[in-house]
Design a protein around this ligand. Sequence first.
Ligand SMILES: Nc1ncnc2c1ncn2[C@@H]1O[C@H](COP(=O)(O)OP(=O)(O)OP(=O)(O)O)[C@@H](O)[C@H]1O
Ligand SMILES: [Mg+2]
Length: 233
Amino acid sequence: MNLLHVDNIVAGYGPLTILHGVSLAVDEGEIVCVLGANGAGKSTLLRAVSRLIPLAAGTISFRGKSLARVRPHQAAAMGISHVPEGRGIFGNLTVAENLTLATFASHTSGAPRVSKVYETFPVLGQRRGQLASTLSGGEQQMLAIGRAIVSDGDLFVLDEPSMGLSPLFVKSVFSIISEINKQGKTVLVVEQNATMALSHSHRAYVLENGKIVAEGTSREIARDERIKKAYLG
Ligand SMILES: Nc1ncnc2c1ncn2[C@@H]1O[C@H](COP(=O)(O)OP(=O)(O)OP(=O)(O)O)[C@@H](O)[C@H]1O
Ligand SMILES: [Mg+2]
C-alpha cells in the first residue's frame, strides 16, 4: 500500500482549474520529487495534499484513508507535515515559540524533538529568543524545516526547500532531508533546483501545466534528454 496516493485530482482556485487530473504515489521510506517550471502547479499540488484547497474531482488517500473530508489541521495530526513555500513561520513569535507551537501538531511529547532541532541547526539554538521575522532567509528555512521535525509527521511535504538559499546552504538542506529520510520519514518535495532534487530522491515526477508529463526513478529522469534540456540547463 502506498503511504500517499493521489488519484486523478482536479483542483485550483475558484473557477480557475490548475491541476488537470494529476496522479502520483509515494511509498513509505521514499523521497519523491516533483519538478516543474514556475506556475506549473507544484505548490497547488502540495496544498491539495495537505488539504488547504478543495478537490473538484479525484481522490487523495494517506495510509489507505481518504482525505476527502479531512481539514488541514486533521491532515497534520494524521502525520502530514507541510513546509509551505515562503516558509509559513510566525514572524512575530520567537524561534522557540515557533517550535513549541509545532509540538501541538503532534500527539507525542515534542520537547526532545525541539532539542534535536537545536542540534541539527545550532544557529537556531543560539537565536531561540529572536523574533522569527528578523532571521535571515536561510535561518527562516531552517526554522520551517525544524517545525516539521518537531511536529513529527510521517510524510514531510516540502515546497522548494532551497528557495533563496546560497549554494552551500542548499547542499546542507538536502543532506538534512536525506538524513530525515534515513531516520524513517517519507518525503514529497517540490523543487526548482532539479539537479539537487534528482540527486537526493528515489523517484521523480515532472509537472507541466497542471499535468504529469514524465515519471520514473530519479536516475532515469536525470538521463532523459528532453528533461535535461528543459530543467537541467
Ligand atoms: N490563491 C491563488 N488564486 C488564484 N490563482 C492562484 C493562486 N495560487 C496560485 N495560483 C495560480 O496557479 C498557478 C499555479 O501556481 P503554483 O503556485 O501551484 O505554481 P508552482 O508550480 O508552485 O510555481 P512556482 O515554481 O513559481 O512556485 C499559477 O498560474 C498561479 O498564478
Ligand atoms: Mg510554488
